[in-house]
Design a protein around this ligand. Structure first.
Ligand SMILES: Cc1cc2nc3c(=O)[nH]c(=O)nc-3n(C[C@H](O)[C@H](O)[C@H](O)COP(=O)(O)OP(=O)(O)OC[C@H]3O[C@@H](n4cnc5c(N)ncnc54)[C@H](O)[C@@H]3O)c2cc1C
Length: 291
């Protein structure tokens, strides 16, 4: 039973689903976790900054804080509304990186994407240890009777001074959750968030007794993720792999003439693997004019 729980937890990280639902090849990939898993210098922010520098060096124009609020197709091109105002420029080809749910909403069409997808409850902190923690990834499966959910810990590299000063490491704990579990108002929401944060944090501190100090303890819920990423329901893990949603049902990357789509709701699997592999496929087809 405990072994199956462990296999399920590994599959949840890599494929966003329990082992009984995961196709065998993806399951095999999940079993290798955390092999070939890297901790980029500067974390996700570091990775993003280096991609952004490269994008700008190639002539790309980054416009932060601009929300696409309309996407209208005219005869030969596309017009984009930004922050509720229609942009005067028009574009021959638009590539969207928002989720498939958001894109359908913008186009005013019914989405055929499943909405069963995970969000996360996350806890962030800075921690100081007696000895730096060198194993950066940990899957913790608490004893069932404690009522603490399984959680995943990710520490920054002890030598990565861009993420924490010497002697300290930044830490993210994440737990799979759904938007429905956080559909609460006012005090009920705040209390639940505080309760879960303390429940999991207490267990974490007992599990890692080498941690002597903590700073900046804070938590995030699906609502937080919606706020920062605009992903409907705060669904942050991509679409789960499952038998009942085989590859041929996944949406095309090429939605309409002059409109294509990237990201973890269009290419199978969560995270960087899905977004990068999807983008490479897209680029090959664009180069070969096969769309
Ligand atoms: C706690 C946690 C840990 C994770 N850990 C990992 C990990 O270790 N490895 C891994 O590979 N993956 C991990 N993931 C998953 C990974 O973050 C996502 O799968 C990935 O970010 C998806 O990339 P994307 O480009 O498809 O979408 P997004 O990252 O959601 O990017 C889409 C962008 O579009 C913007 N946007 C949306 N709507 C609009 C609009 N209307 N106008 C303008 N901009 C808009 C959003 O603000 C966002 O910046 C993790 C996720 C979580 C929550």
């Amino acid at each position: 039973m405990e072994f199956k729980r462990f296999i399920d937890a590994l599959c949840m990280i890599s494929a966003q689903n329990k082992s009984s639902q995961v196709p065998v090849l993806i399951g095999a990939l999940a079993m290798t976790y955390p092999a070939e898993t890297y901790a980029p210098r500067g974390g996700m922010k570091g990775l993003f900054s280096s991609w952004l520098d490269h994008f700008v060096a190639l002539g790309g124009n980054w416009k932060p804080q601009q929300r696409v609020t309309a996407l209208n197709q005219s005869i030969n091109d596309w017009e984009i509304g930004i922050n509720n105002e229609l942009n005067r420029e028009s574009y021959e080809h638009v590539v969207s990186n928002m989720t498939g749910w958001s894109l359908s909403q913008l186009l005013g069409e019914r989405s055929t994407l499943p909405t069963q997808a995970w969000s996360a409850f996350t806890i962030y902190a800075g921690v100081k240890c007696t000895q730096p923690i060198q194993e950066l990834y940990h899957l913790v499966l608490p004893e069932k009777s404690l009522g603490v959910p399984d959680y995943f810990c990710s520490f920054s590299h002890p030598e990565d001074s861009t993420r924490a000063p010497a002697g300290w490491q930044t830490l993210t704990l994440s737990i799979h959750t759904t938007e429905g579990e956080w559909d609460l108002e006012g005090e009920a929401y705040d209390q639940k968030k505080e309760y879960f944060k303390n429940l999991i944090w207490r267990h974490f501190r007992e599990t890692f007794p080498q941690i002597t100090e903590q700073k900046f303890l804070t938590a995030g819920t699906p609502r937080t993720f919606y706020h920062y990423t605009l992903r409907p329901g705060g669904r942050v893990g991509g679409l789960p792999h499952r038998w009942s949603y085989p590859l041929w049902l996944w949406p095309s990357q090429f939605k309409r003439v002059g409109l294509s789509q990237l990201g973890d709701t269009v290419f199978p699997g969560q995270g960087l693997v899905a977004t990068i592999t999807g983008a490479m496929q897209w680029w090959r087809r664009v180069k070969a004019k096969r769309f």
